[in-house]
Design a protein around this ligand. Structure first.
Ligand code: UD1
Ligand code: CA
Length: 454
């Protein structure tokens, strides 16, 4: 059966007290609405329709994609009114309603709900709550058959005793929806067109309402304020941490680990505390990541070691290579197998060959560095003249003396050496020593200045 998904995301979210539209607030580095859209995509629907209102331009701009149909609801007159805005674009046999501020919903739960919606049936996702205040209540008859949803503000004292709440997530037969939405009225406590009134209409039309519940109540928890946002974030992170441990990763403390993107992991990976993984990260077998590291869009090959407080962005660490503590690898940093980058070394667009080393205090930008080459402490590439960037090429087994400045463009052949403190402005042939510094001069009997008396 074909499926249309409508995501409601027009509300203001006043309680966030934010200039940012509520649905753009992030969970795990991605907007809440982005998470919901991802879940929707997992169901391979014919269409995904996002109803936007508050901050519509920004929401559209941030999330624009070919498979999304944005529908403007210029006035927020209720959830029923919101769905009605998408109606002209709906063509499928089933319509599923989701919410841009309910980000942790699982595709598996939605699949179970959709299974309930055979021909002429309604599927409703409900949740048993200890405190159902504010929720629409599921009204059932003596036989447990669903009759209606009554909003909290419209409920009688008896109805308020009902603990089964409406999550808002609903699957309905597409061809009936237009008729029901057309008959909604706003004569209720909030003066809104309630989507929930569709339930009683469906029952009156002889449809059966089937209910499903999520496995985990946090799946249907919305974020109305920053406290709830933080709870959802923690829940997401606990779920991510558990999934990694199941895959064979040791997390020194699962409560101090954050995933803001996607990671694939091998076995026997060790991740110490306060590590943040962002974007797409690939971690192969036996990798060790020390405490307080931020690793974004990077690949760590088998047995690589990232020591404490290192920051990687767009980097690739070869098998058995290591970096840090306090290494900064910027986009285009590639360490060959067994290469080593030590403390306070910054790399950008720099490729280190197998076994190459930069142990201390270096900046290597736009550089190609051959196998086994050693970069002495304090040495840098001068890759930028204020207008253009140039490349430094070092052959294999080169030895760069401490505090050398390699002024690009410059090439050093295999086995070349630079004397400490050299400013290297021209190419150095293979197996040659370049000394580019003033010759030392000793002054006999030199007297240090003394303080002038005033
Ligand atoms: C709604 C349900 C209630 C359910 C609760 C679960 C209705 C009438 N009530 O109540 O039964 O228990 O959710 O959280 O549906 N929205 C729009 N346009 C509008 C109005 C709302 O896009 O005109 C969006 C909001 O941005 C929000 C969602 O729909 O994401 C729910 O709206 P809200 O007003 O928060 O509904 P509740 O009163 O919480
Ligand atoms: Ca709400």
């Amino acid at each position: 059966m074909s499926l249309d998904i409508v995501i409601l995301a027009a509300g203001q979210g006043t309680r966030m007290r934010s200039a940012l539209p509520k649905v753009l607030h992030p969970i795990a580095g991605q907007s809440m609405l982005g998470h919901v859209i991802d879940r929707a995509r997992q169901l391979s629907p014919a269409g995904i329709h996002v109803v936007i209102g508050h901050g519509a331009d920004l929401v559209r701009e941030r999330l624009a994609a070919d498979d999304l149909n944005f529908v403007l609801q210029s006035e927020q007159l209720g959830t029923g009114h919101a769905v009605a805005q998408a109606l002209p674009a709906l063509t499928a046999e089933r319509v599923l309603i989701l919410y841009g501020d309910v980000p942790l919903i699982e595709a598996a739960t939605l699949e179970r709900l959709l299974e309930q919606v055979a021909d002429e049936q309604l599927g409703l996702l409900t949740v048993d709550l200890i405190d159902p205040t504010g929720y629409g209540r599921i009204v059932r008859d003596a036989n447990g058959v669903v009759k209606a949803i009554v909003e909290h503000k419209d409920a009688t004292p008896e109805q308020r005793q009902i603990c089964e709440g409406n999550t808002g997530i609903l699957a309905v037969p597409g061809k009936r929806l237009g008729d029901w939405l057309g008959r909604l009225s706003n004569s209720n406590a909030q003066g809104e067109y309630y989507l929930t009134d569709v339930i009683a209409m469906a029952v009156a039309d002889g449809l059966v309402v089937a209910t499903e519940q999520p496995l985990d109540a946090m799946e249907v928890q919305g974020a109305n304020d920053r406290m709830q946002l933080a709870e959802l974030e923690r829940h997401y992170q606990q779920r991510a941490a558990r999934s990694l441990m199941v895959q064979g990763v040791t997390l020194r403390d699962p409560a101090r680990f954050d995933l803001r993107g996607e990671v694939t992991v091998g076995r026997d990976v060790l991740i110490d505390i306060n590590v943040i993984l962002e974007g797409r990260v690939v971690i192969e077998d036996g990798v060790q990541i020390g405490p307080n590291c931020v690793i974004k869009d990077s690949t760590l090959r088998q047995g690589a070691v990232v020591k404490a407080n290192s920051h990687l962005d767009g980097a690739e660490l070869g098998a058995g290579s290591d970096c840090g503590p306090f290494a900064r690898l910027r986009p285009g940093s590639v360490l060959g197998a067994k290469a080593h980058v030590g403390n306070f070394v910054e790399l950008k667009n720099a490729v280190l060959g197998e076994g190459a080393k930069a142990g201390h205090l270096s900046y290597l930008g736009d550089a190609e560095i051959g196998a086994r080459t050693n970069i002495g402490a304090g040495s840098i590439t001068c890759n930028y003249d204020g207008a253009n960037k140039f490349k430094t090429v070092l052959g294999e087994d080169v030895f760069i003396g401490s505090n050398s400045a390699l002024v690009a463009p410059v090439t050093l052949g295999d086995g070349a050496t630079t004397g400490a403190g050299s400013v290297v402005t021209s190419d150095v042939p293979a197996n040659t020593l370049a000394v580019g510094r003033a010759k030392q001069r000793n002054v006999d009997g030199w007297k240090r200045p003394t303080k002038i008396k005033k």
